[in-house]
Design a protein around this ligand. Structure first.
Ligand SMILES: CC(C)(COP(=O)(O)OP(=O)(O)OC[C@H]1O[C@@H](n2cnc3c(N)ncnc32)[C@H](O)[C@@H]1OP(=O)(O)O)[C@@H](O)C(=O)NCCC(=O)NCCS
Length: 174
């Protein structure tokens, strides 16, 4: 059967339950090849949806038929990663003349991987941040995310752990 065509748009508050479900499924299924079961479980406490991104109009969803196939976005705020529940949050606005924009919360539905959804959302987020005057961007990559970002021209800055979960801070000139 042919895969349904993809469409993308800015996320709205009504999308929040579907985004949360997509993130949980994506974390559980797609991190398996990269982390132990214990660290996949720990990822749920570290990752997730930051609803500030939706309120800011900097978060996108990709739809396939009547379901979500992916999501992700960028931010002009200081928080580097994590959902509403994450301990490290800083909603302070970044200065585009000095600070790197953030790329945030990229997730693809397990049934729709390797169709270019990650590349599509990342390209949109980079272009949107550049259009707001940011010359560079940073992100906190999961080990599952590193191959996508590397393929899209991102460079490793430093490894770190969050709640015991290994992550990689990465950067790119826009
Ligand atoms: C990371 C993630 C968003 C990638 O999504 P995706 O839609 O499958 O990515 P794309 O189809 O756009 O892939 C683009 C390129 O990235 C690289 N890539 C993506 N996933 C890869 C993988 N699992 N292994 C190796 N390379 C990979 C490839 O170069 C790929 O190009 P190709 O398919 O032509 O070879 C998805 O795997 C995911 O949701 N993972 C779990 C959640 C997560 O960890 N998100 C990252 C948060 S920082």
């Amino acid at each position: 059967m042919t895969a349904p065509a993809l469409a993308h748009r800015l996320a709205v508050a009504d999308d929040i339950p579907a985004i949360r479900a997509l993130m949980a499924l994506s974390i559980d299924r797609l991190q398996r090849g990269f982390l132990t079961p214990e660290l996949v479980a720990a990822s749920h406490a570290v990752m997730g949806l930051d609803t500030q991104l939706i309120a800011d109009g900097t978060y996108m969803v990709v739809e396939a038929g009547d379901g979500l196939a992916g999501c992700g976005g960028w931010s002009r705020r200081a928080t580097l990663f994590g959902g509403n529940h994450a301990a490290i949050r800083d909603d302070a606005l970044l200065d585009p003349t000095r600070d790197p924009a953030r790329i945030r919360a990229m997730y693809t539905h397990p049934d729709h991987t390797r169709r270019g959804i990650g590349r599509l959302v990342l390209g949109w987020a980079e272009a949107a941040a550049a259009a707001k005057g940011f010359a560079s961007a940073e992100l906190a990559a999961t080990l599952a995310g590193v191959p996508l970002y590397t393929a899209c021209g991102w460079a490793a800055i430093e490894p770190f752990t969050a709640g015991g979960v290994p992550m990689m801070r990465m950067g790119k000139r826009l």
